[in-house]
Design a protein around this ligand. Sequence first.
Ligand code: ADP
Length: 397
Amino acid sequence: MAKIMAVNAGSSSIKFQLLEMPQEVVIASGVMERIGLAEGIFTLKYNGKKEETHPVLPTHAEGVELLLKTLVEKGIVKSLDEISGVGHRVVQGGEFFKDSSLVDDRVIQKIQDLADLAPLHNPAHIIGIKAFQKALPNVPEVVVFDTVFHQTMPEEAYMYATPYEWYEKYGIRKYGAHGTSHKFVSQRAAELIGKPLSETKTIVCHLGNGASISAVDGGKCKDTSMGLTPLEGIPMGTRSGSLDPTVVSYICEKENKTAAEVVNILNKKSGYLGMSGRSNDARDVTAGMNAGDHRCKLTFDVQAKRIVDYIAAYYVYMGGCDVIAFTAGMGENLKHLRKNICDRLGVLGVKLDEKLNDTFSDERIISTPDSKIQVWIIPTNEEVMIARDTVRIANIK
Ligand code: ADP
């Protein structure tokens, strides 16, 4: 038995889950937010309790110190020696990382070198890694990359038709994102439909604030909708998804903006927020749609149409599909969006069981028995994947 800390460090936050492995039981979880600001927020869940405090968290290092001290004080662990490994989510591993990896100085440098491709994320992950190194110097740390699962994409799927030198000089290609979630959900999908993973074709729809679709054939990713960055693909909470790149130069000219400013708008002010003019949160846009707002309804229709474009393309690319799996905040909770998508897939023999689709519960099938493709809701669990990889890579018994 081993306790593993799964960590997702951002520029001003640290999300964590402490798991007992190999049972995969969550012992404690929570988040430290507003690191570096006058007052932080520390939320801790354990033993069915949820506690919130407002400590000052000048840096990530103080945050980690406080977290570990609190775990002992509350008796969640008897001593810090019980923590056998720390696994960190890292957004961008480029082409260099083909698997999760034990942390050493060379690995940290490589994550830093890849920061151009994930400027908001990779530097923050390094700060988190160093904070845990300082607090738990004798505990192995493992980095688990969002991009690794997509590294099996064939060349024809990850290459852009841009000058080849851009790929050679700058690594311009598709890397994808949410890989840990796509891996978890596709593995679970095979278990649920009772087919060996090696023979299962799954289309995973990870629909959260960030959203991506992937084609997983025999447990390996064949294609995914996100690209060089998480801007490509389907429309999301605040991201536009794919568009004609000429839009950028056109708006630069019309509004006297730089390319970076326009790309920032495509990342932060577009998608649900930009289209609906209300909110990036699907619940607010749903309320608008239900009140008869055309732009809110259009927001969902545009997204559903684009999701179906990917599903159709991946169906053909994989030569069929056994299961379509919905996951993440919207995939798990937004029944009208799932219906909107599945109704458009009738030509592929998809039949939604509306009653099952409407029922609130966790993991469940939502297609009818005669549907040619099974449709499932599978709540994602990236932390468990991080903990599994930490145990495997650090060889923790
Ligand atoms: P991320 O992790 O990318 O920030 P999430 O997976 O938490 O995103 O998904 C956030 C989205 O899920 C939001 O648009 C939110 O409106 C939607 N969502 C979350 N819970 C519900 C719910 N109970 N009903 C409808 N939508 C929900």
